[in-house]
Design a protein around this ligand. Structure first.
Ligand code: NG6
Ligand code: CA
Length: 514
């Protein structure tokens, strides 16, 4: 009996050792000693040219630039789309958002966009022992078919797709309800003052931007004329929940605080923090610390605020002795826009600053300004210090690449757009993907292979119709650009290279089939 017990205990011991060895072997492949924490700081609408590391001169971003000095800056990195919802959906699912209908810019009362039975980047990290948290902008829908039950339990949401903790701006800063949702509930909601939200028509008596413009601190330029909260009119109507309303000037502070709390409560295990900043989306309402500091109006000021956010997170990781075991990823969900709905002087005060870094188009666009974004990865082993990479990389690959890094058996995930591009993200593979697909707002898809970019023909308005003054990329004829010779996509050479057009058109058609 005793011997039997001894044998079974020792065999368990050996099994554990061998599992441990396998884990170690996996980690060795990643070049790291322990499973690293992963902190992804995902900015909103930050352009390719908006930070010092990518050439900005009139705005200073020392904390973000320091990440680039210690890590890799990618100069050929893409979000999958030129707007928020599809980019985030692809990043988290490893599948291009356009494969499913209804994944364009989500309304503020949209049901959860994910199929909770399918894996996400977060659930696979969770399955290998990561503590997972999301703090900040969500914009991926909440609740079941009927949408979110604001006064009840708000689910399904991030906790049902793999996050252990969530603290959310439910949609965007410019959409009601202007409240934070922590896990399944609105924070500070007084049950005697329930929230009502409507996206079709006015409800209740709260003033709106169109009826009471005299109450506004900043006037809307496009849309955004519905309920006024905190002197700013939003998209959508709401009433109630006064005690729960956020204060726009301290959103960045709140998000930093919740991120720091998450780091502190989870530092004993590997963790994944998705810090999805509100900056630099509209409404741009910098904290007093940053008001007027950039000389570029509130858009510049919130870039300074974003840099401050990065600085706080880095300082906290250092203070907690986590810096040496944390990978930091800094990126943006889509390209930049100046006037995105408020008269906040972004265009008047931009001066010589070039938010797209000179790329054509911007947020919403099929041109590179829409989805070519800054991507900086700081690896803790110092091997990739100060590398500038031209590898073609896409955020859709975070699913398999970070999964691989964390020791997930990624081979079991089939039929996905995500590829394991870990060696490109480590700066070892100089080429990265063979091809990527870009999605513009409700419009054409583009296919980039090597330095050739094909934009499929589609009829539509040349400029984004509601007024940001950005080219959509719609053309009735096919477009072909040589991104090496012509990174600003000025010369459509489709007529000179009909075979190339045909090859890329067919490749896009095949990729669409999945
Ligand atoms: C647009 C809004 C814009 C912004 C965008 C979503 C208007 C006129 N414009 O519809 O202000 O909210 O949606 O931005 O309403 S994103 O970065 O979340 O995709
Ligand atoms: Ca965005």
């Amino acid at each position: 009996m005793k011997i039997k017990k001894y044998v079974s205990v020792t065999s368990v011991f050996f099994v554990l050792i061998s599992i441990g060895c396998k884990e170690k072997e996996k980690l060795k492949q990643t070049g790291l000693k322990r499973k690293p924490n992963i902190v992804m700081i995902y900015a909103d609408d930050l352009g390719y040219g908006d930070i010092g590391a990518y050439g900005a001169i009139t705005i200073q971003t020392p904390a973000i630039d320091a990440l680039a000095e210690e890590g890799i800056a990618f100069y050929n990195a893409y979000a999958t789309a030129a707007t928020c919802t599809p980019s985030r959906y692809s990043l988290l699912t490893g599948v291009y958002a356009w494969r499913k209908k209804g994944n364009s810019i989500a309304s503020g009362d949209q049901p959860l966009l994910f199929d909770t039975s399918k894996p996400t980047l977060v659930s696979i990290l969770q399955s290998v022992g990561y503590k997972t948290g999301v703090v900040g902008k969500w914009h991926l829908g909440l609740g079941g078919k009927e949408g979110p039950d604001w006064n009840g339990i708000i689910k399904p949401g991030p906790l049902e797709i793999g996050f252990d903790y969530s603290f959310l701006i439910p949609a965007t800063g410019d959409r009601v309800p202007c409240v934070f949702v922590e896990n399944h509930n609105i924070v500070n909601l007084d049950p005697s003052d329930p929230i009502r939200v409507n996206y079709k028509h006015k409800i209740g008596n709260w003033p709106t931007g169109s009826e009471n413009p005299e109450l506004l601190k900043v006037k809307p330029s496009q849309g955004h004329a519905n309920t006024i909260v905190n002197g700013i009119s939003r998209i959508g109507f709401m009433e109630g929940g006064k005690a729960a309303l956020w204060d726009d000037e301290t959103i960045a502070q709140q998000l930093v605080k919740k991120s720091v709390d998450f780091i502190n409560s989870n530092k004993e295990s590997p963790f994944f923090l998705f810090l999805s900043t509100h900056d630099i989306h509209v409404p741009r309402v910098p904290n007093k610390m940053f008001q007027g500091k950039s000389g570029m109006g509130s858009r510049g000021d919130v870039i300074l605020q974003l840099d401050w956010t990065v600085k706080q997170i880095v300082s906290e990781l250092k203070a907690q002795n986590l810096w040496e075991n944390t990978v930091i990823i800094f990126s943006s969900d889509n390209g930049p826009v100046l006037d995105d709905g408020y008269h906040d002087q972004a265009r008047a005060l931009v001066g010589n600053h070039k938010p797209t870094g000179g790329l054509r188009g911007g947020k919403y666009s099929a041109y590179d300004g829409g989805s070519k974004i800054p991507l900086i990865i700081r690896w803790p082993d110092g091997k990739s210090k100060g590398i500038a990479s031209n590898a073609l990389v896409s955020q859709v690959d975070f699913f398999k690449s970070l999964g691989k890094l964390a020791g997930v058996d990624i081979l079991k995930y089939k039929n996905m757009d995500s590829q394991n591009q870990l060696s490109a993200l480590r700066g070892e593979d100089k080429n990265g993907r063979e091809a990527i697909i870009q999605e513009s707002f409700a419009g054409p898809l583009s296919y980039i292979k090597g330095h050739w970019k094909y934009i499929e023909p589609l009829d539509g308005p040349k400029l984004v119709p509601w007024g940001p003054i950005i080219e959509t990329g719609f053309e009735v004829v096919p477009q072909l650009y040589n991104l090496k010779a012509d990174p600003r996509e000025q010369n459509n050479v489709a007529k000179d290279y009909p075979e190339k057009v045909e090859t890329l058109r067919t490749a896009l058609m095949e990729a669409r089939k999945g």
